[in-house]
Design a binder for this molecule. Structure first.
Ligand SMILES: [Zn+2]
Length: 200
């Protein structure tokens, strides 16, 4: 594995992150190993769950966290929404994973060729058409930059903005991070390599 793990990461999150990045490497190399996808796995977790990470990813049909990270049933608490747009229900879903399930790692997973980024770039700053609540979670990033940006670069900027939004909006997430109980990894999924890369 040639990805450098951030130095300031708490131990529990580091362990999970290394596990997920190894899983991602398995996926990218075409060698998935997970076995935890059977009815027996589901029955084991019939009355409880203990996922080791929460992943906020796009609804995009090409971005499937369990497959990308080579994981099975009961391992990831996944919040999927178009454009990883962090509205109230999405934020509270993440809060549930942090507060109740005590996951040590949150992965924000933006990706290549995101339809929401392309739509926002195309329609900025119009707020009169469709997808109002989604655009309201994306337009603030465009306000500070140019609208003739590459949508993949924009997606990375948006992922950074999502982290800032979560930290400024959610007491639960902010406190968990400041107490070293939660680490937020800002990531981007590359469609050509299948690899998940950190965003600086
Ligand atoms: Zn997308």
């Amino acid at each position: 594995m040639n990805i450098k793990i951030p130095e300031n990461i708490p131990e529990a999150a580091e362990k999970v992150l290394i596990h997920l990045l190894k899983g991602n490497e398995n996926f990218a190399k075409g060698n998935p190993t997970t076995k935890n996808m059977t009815i027996e796995t589901l029955q084991k977790y019939a009355l409880y769950q203990e996922p080791f990470a929460v992943v906020l990813s796009c609804s995009d049909s090409r971005v499937v966290p369990e497959i990308i990270f080579d994981c099975g049933i009961g391992e990831l608490f996944v919040v999927r929404v178009a454009g990883i747009t962090a509205g109230p229900n999405v934020i509270e879903s993440i809060e549930y994973a942090v507060k109740k399930l005590k996951v040590p790692l949150l992965i924000l997973l933006g990706h290549d060729d995101c339809g929401v980024m392309k739509y926002a770039i195309e329609h900025f700053p119009d707020k009169t058409g469709d997808f109002k609540s989604i655009l309201s979670c994306v337009y603030p990033v465009l306000k500070t930059g140019q609208t003739n940006v590459c949508n993949n670069a924009f997606a990375r900027e948006h992922t950074k903005w999502v982290e800032e939004t979560l930290l400024s909006t959610s007491e639960i997430i902010k406190n968990a991070v400041s107490e070293n109980k939660l680490y937020i990894a800002k990531c981007h999924f590359d469609h050509n390599t299948g690899l998940v890369n950190f965003i600086d």
